[in-house]
Design a protein around this ligand. Sequence first.
Ligand code: ZN
Ligand code: ZN
Length: 365
Amino acid sequence: MQIEAAVFRKVHEPLTLEAIDLDQPRGREVLVRTVATGVCHSDLHVVDGVGRFPLDRPIVLGHEGAGIVEAAGPDVTSVRTGDHVVACLSGFCGSCAQCLSGHPNLCTGAIVARNESETPRLSLKGQPVRQFLSISSYAEKMLLHENSVVRIDPDLPLDRAALVGCGVLTGVGAALRSSGLEPGQTVAVFGCGGVGLSIVQGARIGGARQIIAIDQFAQKEEMAKRAGATDFVNSGEDDPVQAVRALTGGLGVDHAFEAVGIAKLCRQAIESLAIRGTATIVGVLPPDATIEFPWMAIRPECKVQTSRMGSNRFRMDIPLYLDFYRQGRLNLDDMVTKRGRLSDINEAFRAMKAGEVARTVLTFD
Ligand SMILES: [Zn+2]
Ligand SMILES: [Zn+2]
């Protein structure tokens, strides 16, 4: 069948809306009518040519999608036609060592994409069009493996649920699952985009006593405070490490999070730690990035660790975080700062670069 999709063909050039072909679901695949998709930084990284993925083009980007199942392959067992689902890039096999030990976000099984020898899911005039992260949500419909989606309650708004598929899952999970945060501890979050603001919310839900949000854009202060930050540091004006020390009586914080993917911010996060503090790097750095810090900067028994997609078990965590939303503990409404249609995708990238938004959400009907 033909669908409309935003196709990425050339680095630094706008995506183009095109009619492409979508195959039928086979085996364990589901066909999902896209209702909403968030616009995530990882897509922008690809457009700007700084992604860690060596990507063949043309490709349909987008990976923060939610929608309604229209058809299912003969071997699908977890969802059925009419179900509301959220897609997640942490598609899992269920049988590798990481999956079996409770870490499906680190799955090495690679079953959610089709093999190179098979008919591609997306194509144009018989030529393959690549699928981003086995999702490709910048399109009217998504064809994906059932282990790339989770069913959610149908009363939940799909435009906000979509965000939980990537940015919110990553940020809330970094605080609640990866970091080891305990109630009453202190937190600093470097970067207040969609992920950083979700870390702030996760830290609040996890019982942090002080949450210092740091960003170079002054307009992020209000968003950060609404998310639960107790303090805001404008890193365009003040040295963030000194500011964190000053705000914590010289101690530093128990947990520092890097939410952008910049080596300098990783160093600042490490330098902001208290004794026995933990720096959790959530952002994705360029593959050749080097994080350097003076020995003096790291206090006794500090830890530096990374977090991949919020250490999620997304089949459990997405419904859990949506319960937090329903209970008023997780604010998704304020995360959507801009709305648009698929044709607004390039404007959404511009707004993200300008630091104007937590998230743009594109809707399809
Ligand atoms: Zn993402
Ligand atoms: Zn696996």
